[in-house]
Write a protein that binds this ligand. Sequence first.
Ligand code: ISL
Length: 552
Amino acid sequence: MRKTWWKEGIIYQIYPRSFKDSNGDGVGDLQGIISKLDHIQALGIDILWLSPIYQSPNDDNGYDISDYYRIMDDFGSMEDFDLLLEEIHKRGMRLLMDLVVNHTSDEHMWFQEARKSKDNPYRDYYVWKAPVDGELPNNWPSFFGGSAWEYDDLTEEYYLHLFTRKQPDLNWENPKVRQEVYDIMRFWLDKGVDGFRMDVISLLSKQQDFPPVTTDNFQEIILKHYANGPRIHEFLQEMYEEVLHHYDAVSIGEGVGIPAEKALEYVGDDRKELDMIYHFGHMFIDHGPMGRMDPTAYSLSSFYEVFESWDNILAEKGWGSIYLGNHDFPRMVSRFGDDQAYWKESAKLLATLVLTLRGTPTIYQGDEIGMTNVPFNSIEDYRDVELFNAFQSSKGESNGQFNVQAFIQVAQKQGRDNARTPMQWTDEVHGGFTKGSPWIKANPNFTYINVEAQQEDPDSIFHYYRKLIGIRKKDLAWIYGDQTVMRGEVESVYRFLREFEGRKKYVVLNFSNHIQSMHWEIPVEAKLLLSNYSDEDRGGELRPWEARIYEM
Ligand code: ISL
């Protein structure tokens, strides 16, 4: 297997708006990130991924870009960016940018031009359709509620937007669009960035006959109609040939709608497309037919199976990625752990899973201190456009019976803002995120969940991450080792073996609030490397959320 830095590295995702505000305007910024690079380095991180920092009207917090060659005013200037990149490289770390090219902002110059007239040179940069018998071109729904088509009075046609109406989809059929994207990529790579996380890359190629959807189930719609379109591999191979191939850069596609069976078409060593995919099996695992606001129960086995099916397929010819949360999903400890009675134990157990399974791990900001979902009680506290759209449509469909409290309860569990509250640095006001008034309220638990407190506490989640990362870095077995999962009688107990050049590591995890017997003899020669319980282990029993790592 080819050895590379992006297989060996650990990624840390920053959501710049919520990371650290340096100038008191309540919005995180690049100088804020610079001031916290030492924290990230102390964790043992190798690669930073920044959610979008380009010029944007922020309808979707930067995922609606109006100028790919400028830094968002809220975040700073190009000089700040150059300094940030230099400071990251100085510390031996690398930087990935977020490449959002399925759509632009409607305030991008291309769209402003495109909408002017049907024969504008930029018209074909986007997807326009005439009304059909005075109606919508088809019944495609947007990811964020309502139709995916928006009528534009000026030219009396609809444009396609799979996300908000302020995020018109680019027309990848147009070779000029593709060249524009390659220019953007070269611009940032020539500046020295080390690769891209590619937003909804699986959606670029549209089915050109735009067939109507025949189900309400959103995941099925993504699979059948939106993702893995007819020319996707041609586009990605072209992107590789034209751009990626000429740089030592990593490409990580956000793979919404890519099933494990199709993984190798994107990341197979022989494909010359992408290096890795962020897959979604476990991220959509509790989404019902109507999506995130329609949560449903799932089994632990189906959770493990997501990782196993991807790993089985990628074992020989590709490479995987492991993550349990990002800026689009609830906090991992609240979602997959127990953020009450076993907050610390379960946060550490989840960290163990992320950092010991085969694949490049990505840690989302704040997870290294076990940040949790936020109990916002009023719709005014929320900021996410997806949530507001869901709020409006639920209200609209309720025939005057709308139950705001019931909606908020689901939002507290499922909403994207859970992951977007300010990073909790200290126990000072707003968690030390800003001296001003933050764009979104801090989670009130910053008084006891914060970086400063955890730096001082040797038993903290933060120090557990450090130890775990230290262990991972000592042995390439964690990276290139084979992986064998051993599932026993007890569903909650998850164990796996990593093996490399005769060296063996065992990981044992108890995903439950109960004591579980292991039904498994720990070999006498096994040495305990790390556990999330500080007192001596009790042999054949695992305590609630206990995680252990052994070496042979
Ligand atoms: O959160 C989701 C919807 O409930 C996901 O389906 C999400 O929309 C999908 O993962 C795509 O996310 C990415 O593109 C979006 C942006 O809003 C997200 O923040 C980004 O990560 C549109 O650019």
